[in-house]
Design a protein around this ligand. Structure first.
Ligand code: SF4
Length: 341
């Protein structure tokens, strides 16, 4: 769709998740002979970058098919900071969608200024998402990303005030869309017109919209002043239990969890496993004394194949030392802890 021989009318930086809406926003620009550089953002919580139709989808197939460039940008610690302390609050779970949009738009604006581009494009649709895409929220994100007049939402553009590229004639407003609400009928029609046939079905958002993940994250933030990316990766696997204010355990649910838990092991963690039977790998994280190690061993035994035995041998690895202790299997409640939810 990009025509290399014809001089471009302008240059847009597009937020691109790989999903349907952000792809259509780009295609509407390419159709008007606007050069598009797409940015796909990544975070430690999965990615839902330009619209509701994707969470971490591969941006490259559409980019190759339609001829535009994609830049991957990891939001790293900046994103963790807004999750810890969002200016505009959380959605239903730990998802700080408004702050997230503002951060992504600010990154896009900086990239636009650096690369001499003219405006920013997103696949946002009016009224599609309860929190991030109501008109007030759309205006709020414009204000706090310093993009007044330079943020074009081609899918809903005719319902919004004209932006600078429309006013200057760089973009023909008549060829933009007036989509609002949750129906995706018009998007499907456009996808067919553009020959966009390979797009993911709508996803609900990043991991922060997941209640269980959010519960674990809330607990982690409440008990740790500093969190690192390994901590965040560990939230994705296993059963999580708190033994006391200082310690928590992560217990593998299956072989795949066990392998992941092992890969996130750090020398300061205590690792436990029932000896010689099918067993979860358990990580004990925090200030571990003999008492907490015993409790962690009891819970590990409870989830092992020897759960019905009265005494189970559990292998404890701490630093370079390994030892075996014998415990009675116990639920987390019996061990005096609680499930993190
Ligand atoms: S669901 Fe919300 S917080 Fe998560 S990536 Fe999407 S906009 Fe950001």
């Amino acid at each position: 769709m990009n025509c290399p021989t014809e001089e471009k009318r302008g240059h847009a930086i597009a937020l691109f998740s790989g999903g349907l809406d952000s792809a259509l926003a780009i295609l509407l620009m390419l159709k008007q002979n606007i050069k598009v550089t797409a940015i796909t953002f990544m975070t430690h919580f999965g990615c839902d970058l330009g619209d509701r139709s994707s969470c971490g989808s591969n941006p490259y197939p559409a980019a190759e098919k339609f001829g535009f460039n994609v830049k991957l940008m990891h939001l790293g610690q900046k994103f963790v900071d807004i999750v810890r302390n969002p200016r505009f609050g959380y959605g239903k779970n730990m998802n700080p969608c408004t702050d997230c949009r503002i951060l992504m738009l600010n990154e896009a604006r900086e990239f636009m200024e650096m690369s001499g581009a003219d405006f920013v494009v997103t696949g946002e649709v009016m009224g599609q998402r309860p929190m991030s895409q109501l008109k007030d929220k759309l205006n709020l994100t414009i204000k706090h990303s310093n993009l007044k007049g330079r943020l074009l939402r081609p899918l809903s553009a005719k319902l919004l005030p004209p932006t600078e590229p429309e006013l200057s004639g760089m973009v023909d407003r008549d060829q933009l869309e007036a989509i609002s609400g949750r129906s995706r009928k018009r998007q499907m029609q456009l996808a067919e017109e553009f020959g966009l046939d390979d797009y993911p079905s709508p996803a609900s958002g990043c991991l922060l919209t997941d209640a269980a993940y959010s519960g674990r994250l809330r607990d982690l933030l409440a008990h740790s002043e500093c969190i690192n990316f390994n901590d965040l990766n560990l939230l994705r696997v296993g059963r999580h239990f708190r033994l006391d204010e200082q310690t928590r355990i992560i217990v593998g649910r299956d072989e795949s969890d066990n392998r992941k838990i092992e890969s996130y092991w750090r020398p300061e963690f205590v690792c436990l496993e029932a000896a010689d039977v099918g067993s979860p790998i358990t990580l004990l994280i925090g200030e571990a004394g003999d008492d907490t190690i015993e409790k962690a061993a009891m819970v590990t035994a409870r989830y092992s194949a020897a759960r019905k035995e009265s005494q189970v041998e559990v292998l404890v690895s701490q630093g370079d030392a390994e030892r075996k202790i014998v415990v009675s299997p116990a639920t987390i409640e019996e061990a005096g802890g609680e499930r993190i939810e």
